[in-house]
Write a protein that binds this ligand. Structure first.
Ligand SMILES: NC(=O)c1ccc[n+]([C@@H]2O[C@H](COP(=O)([O-])OP(=O)(O)OC[C@H]3O[C@@H](n4cnc5c(N)ncnc54)[C@H](OP(=O)(O)O)[C@@H]3O)[C@@H](O)[C@H]2O)c1
Length: 244
């Protein structure tokens, strides 16, 4: 099998705090980015926060539709977009503080769609493609948050619970495949650099070290990589989720 020399990472939620961090990591490791963006304004925001357009191909999709990423994979298969070997999923951002008993049905469905379904649909659309490509370098990374354990904000907590379970299943399902699936569990607030400088959150540039290290760590598979402090960014703390 001839493998493409330059690897490409499909970044979903690329224009957000975590997505910008992932894009920075991908570029630092000499790979190419296929960035999913909502519209041209979001693409401009991405280039502004990353500081370059070099090495980044953007493609439009609505992540709140199950056909969003599926259409991208179809375009890749048709040769209209670069083939990708890796996926980084950080769609979401819904972070309201509505008390549990006050969450209306509409808000529940909306937050499940934005924070959970978007990532699930990304998984469902991309995994068959990666398995079929059978590239041994393939990875799939999902960013989750400690809000799912803390429960301090009900809507994001509910969706993180669903994402934890998605990661558990995907870790098992891909343990023996060519796709190195991992969950990055983040217990800190990360923001794009400009905003982090004002709020004291971790900068996207710093968090990028974690994904860069994960891409270069073939021994880490079917694991939860925990980022609880700045010390966890380069020497990754991880635990396999699979007990076969
Ligand atoms: N930031 C943190 O500290 C943190 C901590 C723990 C876990 N996480 C995890 O990371 C996820 C993302 O967090 P974040 O801080 O990066 O959020 P964010 O800055 O709000 O980014 C969310 C991303 O999803 C995209 N998006 C949402 N709805 C979309 C739609 N309908 N169509 C296309 N794109 C859509 C946004 O696009 P636009 O830019 O166009 O809005 C953006 O790229 C969270 O939901 C959570 O699971 C984050």
């Amino acid at each position: 099998m001839s493998l493409p020399s330059k690897e490409t990472v499909l970044v979903v939620g690329a224009t957000g705090n975590i997505g910008v961090s992932a894009v920075k990591a991908v570029l630092q490791t000499g790979r190419h980015v296929l960035a999913v963006v909502r519209n041209e304004a979001s693409a401009t925001k991405l280039f502004y926060h990353v500081g370059t357009t070099e090495g980044i191909t953007t493609v439009l999709a609505d992540l709140s539709s199950e056909s969003g990423v599926k259409n991208i994979v179809e375009q890749v298969k048709a040769g209209k977009l670069p083939a990708f070997q890796h996926v980084y999923a950080a769609a979401g951002g819904g972070y309201s503080a509505t008390p549990l008993q006050d969450i209306g049905t509409e808000e529940l469905r909306q937050i499940m769609t934005v924070n959970f379904e978007s990532n699930f649909w990304t998984y469902r659309a991309t995994i068959p493609y990666l398995l079929h490509q059978n590239d041994p370098r393939s990875t799939w990374t999902l960013c989750t948050g400690s809000q799912g354990d803390l429960g301090a904000r009900a809507p994001p907590a509910l969706t993180q619970g669903a994402l934890f379970s998605l990661a558990n299943v995907a870790c098992r399902d891909n343990y023996k495949t060519n796709v190195r699936f991992n969950e990055v569990y983040l217990a800190l607030r990360v923001e794009v650099d400009e905003s982090a400088a004002k709020t004291g959150a971790m900068k996207a540039t710093d968090f990028a070290k974690c994904y860069a290290a994960l891409l270069s760590s073939p021994e880490i598979r079917s694991s939860r990589v925990s980022v609880l402090s700045y010390d966890d960014l380069e020497i990754l703390k991880y635990q396999t989720k699979v007990k076969l």
